[in-house]
Each structure stands twice: as C-alpha cells, then as structure tokens.
Ligand binder design. Structure first.
Ligand SMILES: *Cc1c(COP(=O)(O)O)cnc(C)c1O
Length: 466
C-alpha cells in the first residue's frame, strides 16, 4: 500500500465506520467474548509475505469487532465517558497523516502555536483567571505525575534530579481517599512512596477536612518530615467527590506546599458557568488537570494541565541537549520541556475542530442534559422500594444499591450488575463506597439521549425483578 492508495482505503474504512455507528445501538455495550477468544483467532507468528489491504480489512472485520466494548455506544454508562465527537475524529485523522513530532516549536510551529491558543481557549471556556498557561499531555496520569515530580523537586530545592533521593528528607504529599489511583502511581514513580502519601480524613460530603490537613502537616513537621504538596479533587472517580478548595489552599500556601487539582472528568462541566461554584478557589491552584478526552468530546488522548506558573515544572523537566537546541530562537515554547515524554502528538487540532464544530453552547447543552437526565434516573430509582441511592448525583454520576428485603445488599447488587452487563443493553460498573458494593451510573456519552437514560431505568428494574 502506498500513500497514493490512501483515498481508496480510507473510503473503505469510512464505509465500515459509518456501518459501525449505524448498528452500534443494537450491539451489546460490553464485549460478550471470553478471555482468549480474540487472541485465538490470530496467527501465532507474524507473516513474512505482504498482504493486500482488502485481506487485512476483511480479517479486521472478522476478528476484532466481536471483542470490542463500545465506548461510543449511547448507552455506555460505565466508568467515565471517553468521547470521540466526529469532528475530533476528523482532526485526529489529519494528525495521523501529518504525524509530526511536536516536541519543539521548530519541529512544527503550527502544533506549538495552535496548542498555546487552544489551551488558552479552554482556560477561558472553563472560566479560569487570566495568567494560567498550560500544556496538552496524553493523560491525566501524566499530568499528575508531572505535578508530583514538581512538588518533589521544589521541596528538594531542585536537587533531586541531580543527587537522587537516597539522602534526601522524607517528603510528604497530602490527599484524601477520594482521589484517583493515578495519584498513588505518581507517588510511587516519583520516589515519594505510598507510605508518604498521607490520606486526610474527609467530612460528611467526602471532602478533605482542612483541620485534619493542618494536624497532619503539624505532626509531620514535628516528626522531621518535609511537607511537599497537596492534591485535591473536583469529581473524584468513585462517587464524584469534590473538595472544598479555599481552606485547603490557604493552609497549603501558608505551609509552602505546591497544589494540584485533579478535575480530569468534572473539569469539562466547568464550561457551564452555573457549576463553577463547585470548584470555587480553583484560581489559586498551582496546577490543574482536566481531560477534554472524557466528557467534552475530544478523542483520546487529550489531557490539559494548567499551570499558574510553569517555571517550577520546566525546572523539573526541562532538559536541553545540544541536538534539541533551536538555532537563533531561545524564546520559543518547546513543550517537551513541560512533560516527561519527549515526543508529542499534535493533539491541539482536535480541540480546535471540536469547539468550532459544536460551539461551547452545543457542548454545554450536552453536559446540562446529561446532568438533568442522570438526576431524573436517580429520582426514579429512589422511588423504587427495593433500590437505595447510596450517593446523590455529583454532576452526572450517582451510585446505588439493590436492596431487596431479606437479602444481603452487596450480594444482590453484585449479582444484578452481572445480569445487567451480560444482558448488554446498557453497561454499568461498580465501586466500593463506605464499605458497600455500589453500582455507578454516569451519563456522558456524546450521542446519549434522554430515551437512552430512561431505557437504563427499564433495564435495571426489569433485571432486578425478572
Ligand atoms: C479518568 C481519571 C483519571 C485518569 O485519567 P487518565 O487520563 O486515563 O490518566 C484521573 N483522575 C480522575 C478524577 C479521572 O476521572
């Protein structure tokens, strides 16, 4: 296959994609294959001879679709959404074709400059104050790792990268039990260690308690440890918990801690001004991550990290060997200096296409609908005698249990979840909250309608009682 054949084969792929989307609502949302089914359909060794693209496409159609869980299915209510709005898919196709490495300004000035402008568009869209700058990373995990590395280096007077960590003080990072495991992993990888990720108790709303944070910092200082950072969340993964930021940031500032806010999922909702009170105080964070690749509609991967001052992160991760110098242009932005990986994709293009194609108004309408419909569903289940809402809607996420009289709720809920996902009309996942096995429901898929959400009610009730 040659570049000149590209049109022919994209047409074939596009025809498949159109068929895929038109039949998607009739497919089970979660793959119904068993472990090893798909691998067994593949040859055990790579071919020596080239194959025609039509043979490759036919094999793709025969082997792959059965083993797909359909993230773009309108009744995908599991985890969090990973939306790929059509306009962003088109931008990705262009990015694929250009295939530039966007590590330096010089390696594709358009990529760097569109990225700078798109990050600022998103800053304005989210209502963040003037002065935040940022970078597009692959995932929130990478952005959080970048923030944790910055916390470490800042606390070590930027010596850790040079000396290693063997003889350094014991650094401490504070967070709650509601944050995503990417925070744990960042602590592992950055050499902070799980034991130094201090879980601050939460209040009745599952928000971190400021008094408990202060106590923990005081105790750590008394023990000779070095407090380095604070990680908060707006929309935690399990139940959508939101920290109340101002008192926490106030303590962090007084104690000299670097602050990072994980709003990977819920950040998208902040394009709606009426929701911004939930993260009031956000303008005082040092670092914020949010994923346009979740609810907003930008194809994975696309995670924006906003920084109030990029200097500490650049000091932590900027490395400029002579082969990466840009002759005669030292003042340009070289985004590789902001992140762990050197190579970078041209991700900003899909944000541009996304916002242009739907407008912020179109994106806002979707988010408002998802929240409204999730609340309607929660209310309907609340009115059923054998269901209990375990956590109320935070944005478009709530959790519930199936609580028939006489049975064990955890067992009944787990069994119901299995029946639901084997049935395939909707897809839901679980969480453990306050020791209870709960089913999570979130509405957020880009094409999801009110009818899709209401069908979830029918399926849940039917399979509980059937
Ligand atoms: C999804 C999510 C993450 C992880 O995001 P990746 O981009 O997959 O690394 C982290 N935190 C929260 C709150 C999330 O919802």
């Amino acid at each position: 296959m040659k570049y000149s054949d590209y049109g022919k084969w994209t047409a074939r792929a596009t025809a498949w994609i159109e068929r895929y989307f038109s039949t998607l609502p009739d497919q089970p949302v979660r793959a119904q294959t068993s472990v090893g089914d798909i691998a067994a359909r593949l040859p055990q060794s790579p071919p020596d001879a080239p194959a025609d693209m039509d043979v490759i496409m036919a094999d793709f159609e025969r082997i792959v679709p059965d083993g797909l869980t359909h993230w773009q299915h309108p009744r995908f209510f599991a985890y969090f959404p990973a939306n790929a709005a059509p306009a962003s898919m088109i931008a990705e196709q262009l990015t694929n074709a250009i295939a530039a490495q966007c590590m330096l300004w010089q390696t594709s000035p358009a990529a760097t400059e569109v990225e700078t402008v798109m990050v600022d568009w998103m800053r304005q869209a989210l209502g963040l104050r003037d002065g935040f700058v940022g970078v597009i990373q692959d995932s929130a995990s990478s952005a959080t790792l970048s923030a944790v590395l910055t916390m470490r280096e800042r606390a070590l007077d930027f010596q850790g990268n040079t000396t290693g960590l063997s003889n350094t003080p014991r650094l401490r990072i504070y967070t709650s039990e509601q944050v995503h495991t990417s925070v744990d992993k960042a602590a592992w990888v950055a050499g902070i260690g799980q034991d130094n990720l201090v879980r601050i108790p939460t209040d009745e709303n599952h928000a971190m308690r400021a008094d408990a944070l202060q106590d923990a910092i005081d105790a750590d200082r008394a023990a000779g440890y070095t407090p380095a950072g604070l990680i908060m969340c707006t929309g935690g993964t399990s139940i959508g918990a939101c920290d109340h930021l101002p008192p926490l940031i106030k303590i962090a500032k007084a104690e000299g801690l670097y602050t990072h806010l994980d709003a990977a999922w819920a950040g998208s909702a902040m394009i709606c001004p009426e929701l911004r009170h939930i993260w009031a105080g956000v303008d005082d964070c040092d670092s914020i991550v949010f994923n346009p690749h979740k609810w907003l509609g930008a194809q994975f991967d696309c995670s924006i990290q906003f920084l109030s001052d990029p200097a500490p992160q650049l000091k932590t991760m900027g490395i400029r060997p002579s082969f990466l110098e840009t002759q005669g242009a030292d003042e340009v932005t070289n985004y590789n200096e902001w992140t762990v990986p050197l190579g970078r994709r041209f991700r900003a293009l899909k944000i541009w296409f996304l916002i242009r194609a739907y407008g912020l108004d179109g994106l806002r309408t979707r988010i408002r609908n998802h929240i409204k419909w999730a609340e309607m569903l929660a209310d309907k289940l609340r009115n059923e005698p054998d269901f209990t809402i375990t956590t109320d809607c935070r944005f478009s996420l709530f959790t519930f249990q199936y609580t028939p009289t006489g049975g064990d709720a955890d067992t009944a809920t787990a069994a119901l979840l299995e029946r639901i996902n084997d049935d395939g009309r909707i897809y839901l996942t679980q969480t453990k909250h306050d020791g209870k096995f709960c089913i999570r429901f979130q509405a957020g898929q880009f094409d999801c309608t009110r009818d899709d959400v209401m069908l979830a009610y029918d399926v849940i009730v039917e399979l509980a009682r059937g």
